[in-house]
Design a protein around this ligand. Structure first.
Ligand SMILES: [Zn+2]
Length: 464
């Protein structure tokens, strides 16, 4: 069964053939660490984790290299450092902001069931030439200048877009159209308004590094060109990120990497996940519907958020709703009940097949529902396949008992108290005191406990 992935650059779904099946290489743009990650940031983290898991399944756990960077130099970080730690020297304040935020991001990603990437380089470690000889930003900028692709002007080093005949191919923007449509005032020092910054000067109180162009700091795009080359080489298999990164970020990464390395491509497949809306509206700070992962994790287990994210195909926009999350929680409660205590088994072919079709996660979830049905009706092989598939996808990290007790704790319901109320109710029913048994049922309902009577007795669960 082949793996087919949609490539934004060629605008088609193509069979994926790795450059080296012993080392399949993927780069995904990581967070700029100045604030808590929101639900929109969670999407690429989850989507590319699923792809990482699928690649590991197909090529072997030790044959996939996944790099996701941390952007720890950015003007937004500087602003935050000044605001939050006014008493500290700027460099120390910046370190605090980036450390705290990166730790929080790691905790969020882990709670969402994501594996750590193979490498997670920080931009500030790749600005200057390194003792280990890995690619760095300053050397790359020098190469671009030497090759006639970049120039110094107005205290900056700029990439010369006209030096690259097919600049704009990823986003489909033509240089002439960009020129005609340019409404912003053209910076006088630029040869072309689309030229972008590789290096800019830092004032005394801004973070900076000594370079051939004075003390300064890198532009954002050059970071990813350097760090991907450092770990994955000049050309690699998959480059991913959110749709919003296609232009200018990925367009400019391609320009820098291809021109510095003299290659025809940077990555063989460019993958982009769609936007996240909240309750049918675009998420934005001004609308007040900006939801952080941390806030959601206070109310829901990370696996519920993960499942909810995967219900929509990664390239489509997702509408994040409370109703959707509630449904995902119910589904996962049921899956835990059926499969969490089943060990062994091999992931289902149907699940792998759905994922191998450009990560068709909605088809994958339909397959899981089918497996769940036959697993619950006693088919042992399907129960094993169901459990193994869920684990492959990053679910069932807890036992059924842990899952249930966590939910009880979160709801503040005391299980022993519920059990004793239920036995009181059973006794009342036995003596045909239905007024009392109804009263107890209502009392439980008020506590958020739903009871279910069957010929085997009474079971209960927490209503959400
Ligand atoms: Zn990037």
């Amino acid at each position: 069964m082949e793996l087919r992935l949609y490539d934004t650059l060629t605008r088609e779904k193509r069979t994926f053939v790795p450059l080296d099946s012993d080392n399949v290489r993927m780069y995904v743009c990581g967070p700029t660490v100045y604030d808590f990650a929101h639900i929109g940031n969670a999407r690429p983290v989850i989507v590319f984790d699923v792809l990482f898991r699928l690649l590991r399944h197909r090529y072997g756990e030790n044959h996939v290299t996944y790099v996701r960077n941390i952007t720890d130099v950015d003007d937004k970080i500087n602003d935050r450092a000044v605001r939050d730690f006014p008493g500290l020297p700027l460099n120390e304040a910046i370190r605090k902001v980036t450390e705290v935020t990166a730790n929080q991001f790691h905790a969020d990603a882990k709670a969402l069931g994501c594996l750590p990437p193979t490498f997670e380089p920080r931009a500030t470690d790749f600005v200057l030439p390194r003792s280990d000889g890995k690619a760095d930003m300053v050397t790359m900028i020098k190469q671009l200048i030497a090759g006639g692709h970049a120039y110094e002007a107005g205290g900056e080093v700029l990439f010369d877009v006209q030096s690259m005949p097919d600049y704009g191919k990823l986003s489909g923007r033509k240089l002439e159209e960009q020129l005609a449509g340019a409404r912003v005032a053209v910076d006088a020092h630029k040869k072309n308004p689309a030229d972008f910054v590789l290096w800019k000067q830092s004032s005394g109180d801004e973070p900076g590094w000594e370079s051939p162009w004075g003390r300064g700091r890198p532009g954002w795009h050059i970071e990813c060109s350097a760090m991907s080359a450092a770990y994955l080489g000049d050309v690699f298999d998959i480059h991913g990120g959110g749709l919003d990164l296609i232009f200018p970020h990925h367009e400019n990464e391609i320009a820098q990497s291809r021109c510095a390395h003299g290659t025809a491509t940077m990555a063989n497949c460019w993958m982009h996940n769609g936007f996240v809306n909240v309750e049918d509206e675009k998420m934005s700070k001004s609308l007040g519907n900006f939801v952080t992962i941390r806030e959601l994790l206070a109310d829901w287990p990370g696996e519920v958020l993960r499942l909810n994210m995967l219900k929509t195909h990664y390239r489509s926009p997702i509408d994040w709703t409370l109703k959707g999350v509630e449904e995902s929680a119910k589904t996962l409660d049921d899956w835990y009940w059926v499969a969490a205590d089943t060990k062994g088994g091999a992931p289902s072919e149907a699940v792998i097949e759905a994922l191998s079709d450009d990560l068709n996660t909605s088809q994958m979830i339909a397959s899981l529902h089918g497996l769940r049905k036959s697993a619950a009706s006693g088919n042992k092989r399907d129960r094993g396949a169901f459990a193994a598939s869920l684990r492959l996808l990053g679910f069932l990290s807890e036992s059924a008992a842990q899952w249930k007790s966590r939910k009880e704790q979160a709801s503040g319901v005391d299980a022993k108290h519920v059990d004793s109320l239920i036995s009181d109710r059973t006794a009342a029913r036995a003596r045909k005191d239905f007024r009392e048994s109804d009263r107890i049922r209502d009392q439980l309902a008020a506590m958020g406990v739903v009871i279910k009577d069957s010929k085997d007795g009474t079971t209960w669960e927490i209503a959400r």
